[in-house]
Design a protein around this ligand. Sequence first.
Ligand SMILES: [Zn+2]
Length: 136
Amino acid sequence: MWVPRTSDEKDEWYALSKREAGKAGHFAVAVVIVIDLVGFGTLAVINQGESLKSVAFWLTMVAFAMVLIPIAALLGWHIARKEMALFEAQTICPNCEATSQENHGASCDCGGTFALMSEMKWEDDEVDEDEHPEED
Ligand SMILES: [Zn+2]
């Protein structure tokens, strides 16, 4: 059943969701590095590796990455923020498990009330070890 999270669990949810959303930023930076390496690698192949002996070639490669990585990181940060807003807008009806967005507090078709996903968690119906009369 869906039960409200404690404030510690809410913090946990935020940390986890932030990390999940932040992956977009890391991905953008990784893409830039790969494009940089492939692009300059191609250049090196085209001039038969001659450029690999040149300091200017390596400096240009690094400079290229240095300029693009912050831009990619910024872009990733924007994507991560959007993603996070999406996570935060997610709602669930604890009654029938219908999910939706941005309708916190609205009533569900089943008669339940939508709650923020960030404030709810799934908990298995706990069976107490001592309460198994049928096993005897
Ligand atoms: Zn419902």
